[in-house]
Each structure stands twice: as C-alpha cells, then as structure tokens.
Design a protein around this ligand. Structure first.
Ligand code: ZN
Length: 249
C-alpha cells in the first residue's frame, strides 16, 4: 500500500522533472506559463496531465492538434515512479531512503539535460552538492562526504587536464566536475571510486555500440553525465555489496 503511494509520488515528481528538463536549459520559468502544447499552444487540461496514465490514454498525441508528444515524458515519469517504489522497498522508511530519493531526483534531470543539450545546469549540480553535504551531517558521514565531494571534483579536473595535454581538446567540462562532486558528496569517497569504474564501463560499452552502428567515431564527444548518474545510483544501492563481493578476498 505504502509502496503504491511511493510509486504515485514518483510519477508526480517525474512529471515535474519533465518540466525541469524541458524548461531549465531554455531559461523559462518552471511555474509560469502552465503546461501547454509546444505546437498549437493550447493549455493542457488537468485530466490530460495525469502522469503516465494520460500519455497512454492520449496515445502520445496532443488532444487539440494531434501532434506527437515526446516519449521522453512517459519515460521520465515511469523511471522516477519505478525508482521511488524500488527505493522504498530497498531501504524502508529511513534517512537513507530520503537521501536516495533526493539523489535520484537530482540525477534524473541532470542526466536527461546533459544527454539532450550537453550541459549540466549549475542550479542543479551546486544545490545538489550542498544538499548531499547537509544530509551527510544527519547520516553521520560528514568526513566521508566532504572527501567524496573533493575527490569527485579532483578526478574530473585531472581528466580535463590530461585531455587538454594529450588529446588537445576538451574531453569533459566543468559541468561534469560539479556533477562528480555531487555524486561524491552523496556516496562518499570510497564508493565514488566504484562509481568511476561502473560509469567508465557503461560509457565504453555505449561508445562502442554507437561506433558499431556508425553513429559516432572515436573522436566524437558523448555526454558523460548520464553514465556518471547511472554509476552513482548503482553505487548508492549496491556499492557495499559489490565491494565486498568483488574487491575483498
Ligand atoms: Zn497541440
């Protein structure tokens, strides 16, 4: 029953995250004007704005002009709802649950915005670092989080400098640096090292698949944010288990 409530909460938050993903990079206010169809400009009625459900009932088309609504809306709402439900089942009602929900609610819009626009808004990453450090006080993990935030930033800084020296180009940006710092603040320094491993692994697989499909070459830039985000989430959920299972004898 409570799990279902977390699912609904996640779906509604996901609905708001869609607004963030679409409006934040464009510099449009998150509150005004109310949701409308970008093609015909008609306001979305409340009963057409129910997360997940409305998209399916309208079959992904605007009620007024019939133009297609991006599948991204359904994907973001479903993923958020799933994570909220899964986190509740995984952590139970606890401070870790709250921390994880804040973490995911920041990582989702960051990953989608980075994927679409190749940028990571400071408003999300910087407030995320502050929130991660604040929560660490209550979780009794201040030092681990502080070092995590510092190592996250330092790691990307080294990657940026090496990229400039060896490849003579920007392989990563300062948006990635702040995101890595955010993740370090939430998962702590030891787990952050695991995050690097996981995200590099997933990123390389993605890169190879894209090259195979002829969509990109070794030289093309892929947004690293989503991979860091996925690595961070896996680490937060299963970091301890992975470290004990695979890295300790
Ligand atoms: Zn329309």
């Amino acid at each position: 029953m409570l799990g279902f409530l977390f699912f609904l909460l996640g779906a509604s938050i996901g609905s708001f995250l869609n607004v963030v993903i679409y409006r934040l990079p464009e510099g449009i206010s998150l509150i005004k004007p109310p949701s409308h169809c970008p093609v015909c400009g008609e306001k979305i009625r409340w009963f057409d704005n129910i997360p997940i459900f409305s998209y399916i009932r309208l079959r992904g088309k605007c009620r007024d002009c019939g133009s297609e609504i991006s599948i991204r809306y359904l994907i973001v709402e479903s993923i958020t709802a799933f994570f909220y439900l899964y986190a509740y089942l995984h952590f139970g009602l606890s401070l870790e649950l709250l921390t994880f929900l804040v973490f995911v609610t920041l990582l989702l819009p960051i990953s989608f915005i980075d994927y679409r626009k190749m940028l990571i808004p400071d408003s999300l990453s910087l407030s995320g670092i502050v929130l991660g450090l604040l929560l660490s006080i209550f979780r009794g993990k201040v030092i681990i989080s502080l070092i995590g935030a510092a190592i996250g930033a330092l790691y990307i800084l080294i990657v940026i400098l090496v990229g400039k020296a060896v490849y003579k180009r920007e392989v990563m940006g300062f948006g990635d640096l702040k995101l890595a710092s955010l993740i370090g603040a939430f998962v702590g320094w030891a787990s952050f090292l695991l995050t690097i491993l996981i995200s590099a692994l997933i990123g390389s697989i993605y890169g190879l698949v894209e090259i195979k499909r002829g969509k990109s070459s070794m030289k093309s830039l892929i947004p690293y944010g989503p991979f860091l985000g996925i690595g961070g989430i896996i680490t937060f959920l299963y970091g301890k288990w992975i470290i004990v299972r695979f890295f300790l004898v």
